[in-house]
Ligand binder design. Sequence first.
Ligand SMILES: [Zn+2]
Length: 284
Amino acid sequence: MPELPEVEALTAFLRENAVGSVVTRVDLAAVQAIKTFDPPLSALGGLELTGVARHGKFLDLDVSGLHLVVHLARAGWLHWRTGLPTAPPKPGKGPLALRVHLEDGNGFDLTEQGTRKGLAVHVVRSPAEVPGVARLGPDALEVDRDAFVALMAGRSGQLKGALTDQTLIAGIGNAYSDEILHAARLSPFKMADKLTDEEALRLYDAVRATLTEALERQVGQKAATMKGEKRSGLQVHARTGLPCPVCGDTVREVSFADTSLQYCPTCQTGGKPLADRRMSKLLR
Ligand SMILES: [Zn+2]
């Protein structure tokens, strides 16, 4: 799932390559992706793309005052294309969800792999009209130290859930929360309001360091021209069974909400594996 670093890299790419171009046409290939009907998608045609912004994990294209707000969900991506085909795409075929044509024959595709479709596109007059944007907490790279510590102290729940709750802090998802907790040497199941001051500051520093480093890698890779979202430099996320790069212990996995998380027992949980709650519930 694209998170803050990936979406920020796409934002930077579009600022450099697309802002200032006129949108000539927008083709909708996956009907379920569009969540609004007024203004219509066709209203964007003929207008200049004047700016690009990121709100949490949302991408916001300002098209002369109308906003095309995109949430890439789990398996969505944006592909920059030079020389787009002019014939309209066949709806419902393949991963293509939406195609934006710019002048000069360039443009980009929004695609989504897999059968669980979650990619969402909104055309609005203000990004705050998108409920997911309106609910966002402070941005993970903008929240200051005191505000972050206060947010954690006021949250009764596990750190993994707190970090990935977009209404608490915006921009962090499943992958980077695993990386942040590993960097902070904290258990994903530790309660947010039980952090010591020292732990809360360590977590804050880990948020900034992890996201900043990931962003530098993503921007360097020219995200929008990549085949798909590819992450490098991960220490624990999606590395179940592999050695922890810090201590050499085996990275483990445990289920969390509707997904799974990865962590290093030696670095994060005092060497003890976490109990899989889903499994113990089944056995009870
Ligand atoms: Zn380790």
